[in-house]
Ligand binder design. Structure first.
Ligand code: GLN
Length: 484
């Protein structure tokens, strides 16, 4: 049952081959069995899941079910879930029970989905390995000595290990795509403004975007159909109609123009990674796509620009955690200043503090122009590179991550090396474009991700290419041997 995709399970529910209650119980059992090894879930919401499953079964019987009704999922613990702990991977929110649902949660609840639990993640989504979580590292199901990627590492590991058919994630600089690549699943970061950020705990508001983490492009399309759409409670959410993302999945690829940025295929890319991508490109060519060499000349500026903009926004967003209104409060504060200092000092982990300090520095008087403003200018140059590229090609193809999953601890003491894990994903967030990672090979038994970058609101095209690729290949069907 756990090897079926969302699309297949949806069919099975409708045909009466199983009930949502059976499905939910099956996945809850798998979580109980494997979570002690993987540490991918920080909360398991069994009671609510069983209730939602029963309600879903009634809908199925009454004939009012939608495609997602009765399908279990796991939410990244950055999405507020009413009455359920929402920790964002931090000691700061270890005691926080959300009083309302994020729009994404509300929409998926309304579609009849069943929440199995909340996924572990890097603290406040800051990280590329899931090692910054207050709840300890998540293990990669392909090799438990290795990281699953981050920050949506719990979501990626859970889907890869078949502990849930699908999960939600968020991506500020690569946090859906990079863990999807390292765990061998499919992950889509939509265009900025496509999915509501309401109730999604803010890291860097101008970059954050929620999206689906699934095994197949078809499942990502089904999930995005319900996640996307205008929300008056998020002023940056676009009031633009949501197409049916499943409608164009099968469109043939003849005439499709794929751009290969020379900066993505240069010396930084290993020979094995390059070879895996070549094979994938050949498959797309076989289906009628044409490839063209392009250039994104400001690629090297993306990581430095991001590590000014993201910390600046995080320092502002995280100032709300002050020990007064909600979250962690230190023991026996002597005065207000002591309360602020110790609550924040004890509640936040090292990476979060590092970012707050960098951000506060970059925004301070006298430094704003030199750092923040400069970074915003670089952001324009990076967006202009993509604008130019999309006058020549329909889609851009490259690697998702420079390496497959690395060992736990390997980069933990070296923030700069860690930051470079997102070298291929970060520019997409700075420009606000949609990006997707799909499994496209293996190196020494570890999955390799291929990234597709589209023009604004061109998610349908990314899903179409990914689906056609998955119809012709089996990388997305590979299962970590210990979790088959
Ligand atoms: N790894 C990047 C960071 O640490 C991106 C994280 C994300 O996308 N949330 O900031």
């Amino acid at each position: 049952m756990h090897n079926k995709t969302l699309a297949e399970l949806s069919q099975a529910l409708r045909n009466g081959e199983c009930s949502s209650l059976e499905l939910t119980q099956h996945f809850l059992t798998r979580i109980q069995q494997h979570n002690p090894t993987l540490n991918c879930c920080v909360s398991i919401t069994e009671e609510q899941a069983l209730e939602q499953a029963k309600a879903a079964d009634q809908r199925i019987q009454a004939g009012t079910a939608e495609a997602l009704t009765g399908i279990p999922l796991i939410h990244k613990d950055i999405f507020c879930t009413q009455g359920i702990k929402t920790s964002c991977g931090s000691k700061m929110l270890d005691n926080f029970i959300a009083p309302y649902n994020a729009t994404v949660v509300e929409k998926l609840n309304a579609a009849g989905m069943v929440t199995l639990g909340k996924a572990n993640m890097d603290e406040f989504a800051m990280g590329s390995s899931n090692e910054t979580s207050y709840y300890g590292p998540v293990k990669n199901p392909w090799d438990t000595d290795r990281v699953p990627g981050g920050s949506s590492g719990g979501s990626a590991a859970a889907v890869a290990a078949r502990l849930a058919p699908v999960a939600t994630g968020t991506d500020t600089g690569g946090s859906i795509r990079q863990p999807a690549a390292l765990c061998g699943i499919t992950g889509l970061k939509p265009t900025y403004g496509r999915v509501s950020r309401y109730g999604m705990i803010a890291f860097a508001s101008s970059l954050d975007q929620g999206g689906p983490m699934t095994r197949t492009a078809e499942d990502a399309a089904l999930l995005l159909n319900s996640m996307a759409g205008f929300d008056p409670r998020d002023s940056t959410c676009m009031d633009q109609a949501v197409p049916d993302y499943t409608a164009s999945l099968n469109k043939d690829l003849s005439g499709l123009k794929i751009g290969l940025p020379k900066e993505y295929f240069s010396h930084g890319l290993s020979a094995e990674m390059g070879a895996a991508l070549e094979t994938a490109i050949d498959e797309l060519k076989k289906q009628g796509a044409e490839v063209k060499d392009i250039s994104l000349p400001n690629t090297h500026l993306a990581v430095p620009a991001y590590y000014v903009v993201a910390p600046a926004e995080c320092s502002s967003n995280l100032s709300r955690f002050d020990g007064v209104r909600f979250g962690y409060r230190c023991e026996a504060p002597t005065d207000l200043e002591d309360l602020y200092k110790r609550s924040r000092g004890e509640g936040f982990g090292a990476e979060v503090k590092r970012r707050i300090m960098i951000g506060a520095y970059a925004l301070s008087a006298g430094y704003y122009d030199a750092y923040y403003l400069k970074a915003q200018q670089l952001r324009h140059l990076i967006s202009d590179d993509f604008k130019q590229a999309f006058t020549e090609v329909d889609v851009i193809l490259g690697p998702t991550s420079p390496t497959p999953a690395f060992n736990i601890g390997e980069k933990a003491d070296d923030p700069v090396t860690m930051y470079l894990s997102d070298i291929y994903t970060i520019a997409v967030n700075l420009a606000g474009l949609p990006g997707m990672s799909i499994p496209a090979g293996q190196i020494n038994g570890l999955p390799v991700g291929l990234q597709l970058i589209g023009n604004y609101f061109d998610e349908s095209r990314l899903l179409n290419i990914a689906h056609r690729y998955q119809q012709a290949t089996t990388w997305h069907q590979q299962t970590p041997p210990a979790f088959a």
